[in-house]
Design a protein around this ligand. Sequence first.
Ligand SMILES: C[S@@+](CC[C@H](N)C(=O)[O-])C[C@H]1O[C@@H](n2cnc3c(N)ncnc32)[C@H](O)[C@@H]1O
Length: 471
Amino acid sequence: MQNIRLLRSILNESLDSLEAAYESKSLDFPLLDEPHTPNSDEEMLAMAPEIQNIVDRIVAASYQLLCTVRHPFLNLADAASGYHLAACLRVAERFNLPEILRGRGPNGLHVDEIAAKADVEPTKLARILRVLATHHIFRELRPNVFSNNRNSSYFSTSMTVEEIRLDPPIKYRDRSDAAAAGYIGTFTDDVFKASSYLVEDLEDVKTRKQFSAKEAAFQKAFNTEKDYFAWLEQPGNEYRLTRYGACIQGTSLWDPPDTIVQGFDWATIIQGGIVVDVGGGLGAPSMILAKAFPGLRIIIQDRQPVVQQAQVYWTKTYPSALDSDRVSFMAHNFFSPQPVQNPSVFLVRTICHDWPDELVVEILSNLRSAASGSTRLIVADYVIPYACPNDEFESTTAQNPSNPPPLLGNLGKAGFNAYYIDMTMEVLLNGQERTLSHQIALAAKAGWKVTQVNNIRNSHFGYLLAEPIFA
Ligand SMILES: C[S@@+](CC[C@H](N)C(=O)[O-])C[C@H]1O[C@@H](n2cnc3c(N)ncnc32)[C@H](O)[C@@H]1O
C-alpha cells in the first residue's frame, strides 16, 4: 500500500493548496457541471502558472492512483477501446452538439430535440452522448436529457447550427472562437484515421524502416501518395483545409496564451526589427507578439492557400496590425531558399516536429543561409522527456526535479499531450517530437548553435534559442 498512501498524500496536499489559492481570492474553483465562462476570475486563475502546477500534480497522482488500484484487464480494456471516445467526440463536434445545447440553461434538452436539430437518429445519439457524459463531456441530467458542462461548452463556437448547416466550413473560417472545435475535428478525423494504420505502416516492408513524409500511416489510411499538407490542398478537401486552419489555432490552447511572449526576450529586438514567422499558419502566436510588442515587424510565411486564409483572418480580427505593413504575409515554401535576408528572428513554431530529420535540417539550413551574425533562430516545439523516474532522464528543465515519488519524472498523465502530438506527427508525416539533445544535434547540422532553452512553466513545450555557427 505504500505507493497508494504516497499518492493519497500528494493528492491531499495538492487539493489543500488548490483550495487555499482559491479561498485567498474569495473564489470557487470552476464547476464541472456548469458551462465554461472564458474571462471569469475563476477561469483566469485556473490558468495561472501556480494553479497549473498544482493541477498537474492532481492529474498525475489521480491517474496513477486509478491505474494502480484498477484491475489490469480493465486498464487495458479502457486503453484498447479509447477510440470510441474519440469517435463519439467527433460526432459531437461534427453535428454541433455544443452549439445546439448552448443557452439551454440548467434544464438541458431532450435527446429527441437535439437529434432533430442535428438531423441524426435519436437513440443512437443518446448512446453517443452517454459515452461522452460518462467521461464528463456533457451531462445527462435525467434519462435522455442532456446539457453542456464545462468541457462540452468549451468547444462551442458562437455560430448557430442553422448558419453552419448552410455553409459547413463557415464554422472554422476566419474566426477566433473555433480553435477547439477545429482541433477536435482534425484530430478525431484526419489524425484518428491515420493512427489506425500505425501497425500496417510498421509492418509494410516498403515503408517500415524509412522516414518519408509521403509514406507514413496517413497515406495508407487515405490511399494517397501526397504528403498531408499537399493532400489538404487538393480539390475536395476544402472543408478539411479550413478546419485545419482552426486546428492550428487550437495548438495555442495547449498552454496559457502568453507563452510565446515568455519564450524569448523580445524586448531586445530593436524597434522595427523583423521577425519572420516561418510556416506561421494563421499566425495566432504572431498575433500575441504583435499585440505585446508593437515595435516589431512580423512577416508571416506559409503555403499560398494558408497565407490567403491568414490575410482574411487578420483583416477581420486585428486589422490595425496590417497598417504600414507592421504585420505582412508572404507565400513561401520553406524547402526553397529563404527570401528575407538577415532578419532579427526566424520563428519556427511547431514546424520541425512535422518533418523527418533530414527535412528539418533542410528547413533550418535555408534559414541559416539567410542569416547574419545577429539573426536569432527560435525553435518552439515540445522537448520530449523520458517516462522514467526523475534521476534517470535527460535534464531538459521541462521536468520539475521535485516531483515526489512515486510520480513519474515527466508527471505521467499530466504531460500526455507531448506524447500524443509525437504520435500525431509520426502517423501524419513521419515527423516527431524530439528530446533536447536530438533537437540540438539537428540545429547543429544546419549551422545553428543552441544557446538557451526556455521551457514553459508546467509544460514540456520549449523555446530553443540558437545563433549561427561560423566555421
Ligand atoms: C503545425 S502548423 C504550425 C503553424 C504555426 N507556426 C503555429 O505555431 O501556429 C504547420 C504549418 O506549416 C505549414 N507548411 C507546411 N508545409 C510548408 C511548406 N513547404 N512551406 C511553408 N509552410 C508550410 C502549414 O501550412 C502549417 O500552417
